[in-house]
Write a protein that binds this ligand. Structure first.
Ligand code: WTA
Length: 641
């Protein structure tokens, strides 16, 4: 076994050829590419999928068996055992450790043996509530080794949110840490976990496994709580992986929809691993000696597919960083990149914008010449941020992979590739192999050629979610009923004259002003191009004549104020880039926009504030800055209509 990434460098014609083959004959294409991972029993069936409501099924590589953790670890041991799997960078600068594939394997086996000795058995649910430390990855892989279904809950979630997830998936085990560290700030994970457990009305939870991360003493429930370090101490580092069917569940990950409580998105083993590893290799053009860094937390899907499963299945070397981009200052990312000679860097637009706001000097202070490819994920990247990322961070040398995908899709579906061609800032570009993208009109017909529509996927792909845990009906209702027979992403998109795809944002964020459909992302991108604007969020508000009006929350750069930026300038930019009809009627100066802990702007809340419906805002405790909501209610510039 050699290094797992062996693709040829993609040029346009090779991409076209592979893409055509993947759609023309998906069976043959995936039969071949499914072999990129190791199977215990090779599959003979490749694809058995139907989005038809009466005969709904999604099954990939169905009769094959495998183990995800041995694909991520064991298969590299012989030739790459001493290769670094992770470079772990602590919150505090200057402390990093290298963990080889052999060491990671040994830790995972020891922890898996500990879980076994606690009585864990295939199919049990295990929740992880962890900081971004190596033990989080060890925990996930130990679950995968035994066929336990892990569900990682982001460490920034409140005890209430943790409790509802523990209850929903009926977890038997919880893995947490005494504390997390982010920017010098301590996150009381064990204390939160204790609170969560006290809130639960029904509980199958038997054991809480606590990693001593900071080593502080925490309150203890004898009989229920055990220290990770103690239970692994005398364990053997040999643990046979459990043979899993391709369609056996690998993990559940909760994600918020536009309605209802968070959905437990369920992914299975074979197809997911094939898809996560293949997209990771091709999108980032991973080479044997590359150092790759995806800044996502393991609490999100990006952390699952592009911190854990994709890179490890590919035998890559990755950085993981416990902390935040602005600690001890705004140059930390670039410092880490220089220190570890990072070649491939994958982050979110919100991080880029937050650093951009503090000027170029924090970036240019560092060399960054190791960088080869940059990636972006999670939200539309506005042109200004794209350009800064490209010009300043990448020194105009690195293509930007603006990757569009979702928790539900398991891996990247639409993305540029490193073909060496000129890029369009903010354009998600083209479908990955096997992804049959279509844009649908409201009447359910396809948009052909240039145009905009609901972004749907017409055929299944191996990384697709298989269901909502415990609620099979909701899966079909949520994703396959708006446009029967196809997967509806909830996003809107535009196809340009070159056939390339631009994501316009969630359909629930699309405005309709006097019959004109306006993508909030388009208006924001225009506003953001103003030199004094850092970011903006556009929502609708009820308008007696037009149905909806455009309402813009605008954050100015540090040192700027509404005294020296005119509302008319901003309107003119929107008029210029989109048209008069899209001009914001209300501009609300917003020093802070309410954001989730993962950095997404909460437009739902902004819409309520704009509509004077603050009584309907509900729980803001999961926001990273709940105080921003009150600030905005008090600074509202308009009267109720
Ligand atoms: C949005 C994150 C524009 C989109 C991987 C999607 C994006 C939602 C992009 C999924 C992108 C993600 N350009 N929008 N490159 N990537 N989105 O489940 O609205 O946390 O539906 O998965 O993020 O968010 P999720």
């Amino acid at each position: 076994m050699t290094f797992s990434c062996q693709h040829k460098v993609l040029n346009r014609s090779l991409y076209n050829e592979m893409y055509r083959a993947s759609l023309l004959n998906p069976e043959d294409f995936w039969r071949e590419h499914g072999k990129r991972i190791d199977w215990i029993k090779p599959y003979t069936k490749v694809k058995d999928c139907s989005f038809d409501q009466d005969n709904f099924k999604i099954r990939w590589f169905e009769d094959g068996t495998l183990n995800a953790s041995s694909n991520c670890l064991d298969r590299h041991l012989e030739t790459h055992g001493d290769k670094t799997a992770f470079i772990f960078e602590r919150d505090e600068p200057g402390y990093s450790t290298h963990i080889t594939y052999k060491q990671l394997h040994s830790q995972v086996c020891r922890f898996a043996n500990s879980l076994k000795s606690l009585g864990a058995k295939k199919g049990d649910r295990v929740v992880l509530y962890m900081p971004l430390i190596p033990e989080a990855v060890v925990g996930m892989l130990a679950c995968a080794r035994l066929g336990l279904i892990h569900s990682v809950v982001f460490g920034g979630f409140s005890p209430e949110a943790l409790a509802s997830r523990l209850e929903d998936c009926e977890a038997r085990f919880l893995i947490t840490a005494d504390e997390g560290l982010r920017g010098g700030r301590k996150i009381a994970l064990k204390e939160n976990a204790d609170k969560a457990l006290s809130l639960m009305t029904s509980s199958c939870l038997e054991k809480v496994i606590v990693v001593a991360n900071t080593g502080i003493g925490v309150s203890w429930n004898q009989g229920r709580d055990v220290y990770y370090e103690e239970i692994i101490a005398n364990m053997s580092d040999i643990c046979d992986p459990v043979e899993m069917a391709a369609e056996d569940p690998l993990f559940i990950l909760y994600t918020s929809g536009s309605t209802g409580k968070p959905k437990g998105v369920l992914h299975t083993t074979g197809g997911y691993l094939v898809y996560a590893s293949m997209t990771h290799e091709y999108v980032f053009d991973v080479q044997e000696d590359d150092v790759y860094w995806c800044t996502a937390d393991v609490g999100w899907i990006t952390g699952h597919s592009y911190v854990v499963y994709g890179p490890l299945a590919n035998g890559a070397t990755s950085v993981i960083y416990e902390g935040v981009p602005n600690y001890p200052d705004y140059g930390r990312f670039w410092d880490i990149i220089d220190t570890h000679q990072v070649n491939l860097f994958y982050t979110a637009p919100t991080a880029i914008r937050s650093l951009m706001k503090h000027g170029d000097a924090f970036v240019t202070k560092y060399n960054r010449s190791s960088l080869r490819i940059l990636g972006s994920v999670g939200e539309p990247i506005n042109v200004e941020a794209w350009q800064w990322y490209y010009d300043v961070v990448g020194n105009k040398n690195c293509p930007i992979m603006d990757t569009w995908w979702q928790t539900e899709t398991g891996g990247i579906l639409i993305t540029p590739l490193a073909t060496g061609e000129p890029q369009k800032p903010g354009c998600a570009t083209q479908p990955f192999f096997g992804i049959q993208v279509a844009l649908y009109k409201p009447d359910g017909t396809r948009v052909e050629g240039e145009g905009t529509g609901a972004l749907v996927i017409e055929e299944s792909w191996p990384g697709q979610m298989r269901g909502i845990f415990g609620d099979s009906k909701r899966f079909i209702e949520a994703y396959f009923s708006a446009y029967p027979g196809v997967y509806f992403s909830g996003d809107g998109a535009r196809r340009d004259e070159d056939g390339e795809v631009w994501i316009t944002g969630r359909m629930d964020d699309v405005l309709n002003v006097s019959g004109h459909r306006i993508g909030t992302a388009e208006v924001e991108s225009a506003l953001d191009s103003h030199p004094k604007v850092v970011e903006s969020a556009v929502v609708d508000f009820p308008h007696p004549v037009k149905g909806q009006g455009v309402y813009a929350y605008v954050t100015l750069k540090e040192g700027e104020s509404s005294d020296n930026v005119s509302e008319e300038d901003l309107r003119a930019i929107v008029k210029q880039q989109i048209g008069s009809f899209a001009k914001p009627e209300i501009i609300h100066w917003a020093p802070n926009l309410p954001k989730t802990r993962s950095g997404k702007i909460m437009r739902r809340i902004l819409r309520k504030i704009a509509a004077f419906k603050e009584s309907e805002i509900g729980d803001t405790s999961t926001l990273s800055n709940p105080e921003s909501v009150i600030e905005l209610i008090h600074s509202r510039p308009h009267q109720k209509i």
